[in-house]
Design a protein around this ligand. Structure first.
Ligand SMILES: NC(=O)c1ccc[n+]([C@@H]2O[C@H](COP(=O)([O-])OP(=O)(O)OC[C@H]3O[C@@H](n4cnc5c(N)ncnc54)[C@H](OP(=O)(O)O)[C@@H]3O)[C@@H](O)[C@H]2O)c1
Length: 353
């Protein structure tokens, strides 16, 4: 098949591209900068260079910034489009830009798909369009609900937009949980989600070691709360299955049916980092924090809402999708999680400060 991918230079975009290239598909990779794709083109993508067309563009522009001649030449040529490009900022100050890229950009992508007569659009959303609730569904959420940040709100609005095109195109909405590294190698090329937390812990350890006072370093997290981590290779297998088996209007939670508890994550981090002073305390404890602990918790403030709730994400649609494709459902054991966490924490280049 001939497949267009937006966000092709991202964490997910590159992994998805490799999977599709290995299957023999011909890809049109939309990237903002051809130069930034160089490392990928000279690395993992090298054996497949004759299957790749690079399109320089920007989803916030009409026709994604592609010129008329190019758009005309692509008409009738694209069999499916994965829309993965997004701005992944939780910062309220980025609200306008986040909506411009995530909602305006999605509208431009849908319009282009129509113009190109591309029959199928697979939209990569997020499980966290669930907002501040604790019970998810594999259905559209009301856009009026409360959201933790503009990122969630923008992705929910974009889902509504995608869904409204289901009479004109086959559309599929795919909602990953928190994407972490590869369960087999531990490798991950991202600083998002878990990796922001791990970076914070690594800095906390460095600072506390510098002081050499032997005091415990407390992190205030509810041990019973679960985090919906999904290894990137499982996400890619599901995105790939949806290319053939995803039904029009289908919404798929790509989530972990047995997500790890914060106590599991804490124990693994403590062991991998050999950080014996690290202690997990129930939030709300009255003990005064040290400056290092305060700095850590302040830097984690964007995650507070996620640290406090376990969200239940049903994934029956995904289970059926994967069964049709002959792919097993996720079973992430402690060993795989340890490999992924160690893959980042033991990488010397992962923290510079
Ligand atoms: N990572 C997660 O934990 C997670 C979880 C759930 C859902 N998702 C969703 O998965 C998708 C991919 O995320 P990711 O982790 O791969 O993020 P990422 O590494 O930040 O990739 C996002 C890509 O979008 C591109 N992009 C941003 N603005 C653009 C624009 N205006 N025009 C064209 N391209 C633009 C970026 O291009 P540049 O390379 O030029 O910056 C980047 O390559 C997103 O839709 C995200 O919402 C991610």
């Amino acid at each position: 098949m001939r497949i267009l991918i937006t966000g092709a230079n991202g964490f997910l975009g590159k992994k998805l591209s490799v999977k599709l290239l290995e299957q023999g598909h011909e890809l049109y990779l939309l990237v903002r900068s051809r130069k930034r794709l160089d490392a990928f083109m000279q690395g993992e993508a090298r054996p497949f260079s004759n299957q790749i067309h690079i399109l320089e563009g920007d989803v916030t522009e009409e026709h994604l910034g592609l010129n008329r001649e190019l758009v005309d030449s692509l008409k009738g040529k694209i069999d499916a489009l994965y829309h993965s490009a997004a701005l992944l900022s939780f910062d309220e100050r980025d609200r306008d830009k986040t909506f411009e890229v995530n909602v305006g950009g999605t509208e431009n992508v849908l319009k282009l798909a129509l113009e190109l007569n591309c029959p199928k659009v697979l939209y990569i959303s997020t499980a966290y369009t669930v907002g501040t609730e604790i019970a998810g569904a594999e259905a559209l959420y009301s856009a009026e609900r409360q959201f933790v940040n503009p990122y969630e709100a923008s992705k929910c609005e974009a889902e509504h937009l995608v869904y409204s095109f289901r009479d004109k195109l086959d559309i599929v909405i795919l909602r990953p949980g928190i994407i972490i590294g590869d369960s087999r190698s531990g490798e991950a090329d991202t600083n998002f989600g878990l990796y922001g937390f791990l970076k914070g812990i690594k800095i906390l350890k460095k600072r506390s070691m510098r002081k050499q006072d032997g005091r415990t370093c407390r992190i205030y997290l509810d041990p019973e709360v679960a985090q919906n981590f999904v290894p990137v290779n499982y996400v890619i297998d599901t995105l790939n299955a949806a290319l053939i088996h995803g039904v029009n209007g289908g919404i798929y939670n790509i989530t972990n049916p047995n997500p790890p508890l914060q106590s599991d994550i804490y124990e693994i981090v403590k062991e991998v980092l050999d950080f014996s002073q690290l202690e997990m305390c129930v939030p709300g404890s009255s003990a005064e924090m040290t400056n290092e602990e305060k700095a850590f918790h302040e830097s984690m403030s964007i995650f507070h809402s996620y640290f406090q709730r376990t969200i239940d994400f049903p994934s029956d649609n995904t289970e059926k999708l994967l069964a049709a494709a002959g792919v097993p459902m996720l079973q992430m054991d402690r060993e795989a999680l340890t490999r992924i966490i160690a893959g980042y924490l033991l990488n010397k280049t992962s923290v510079s400060s």
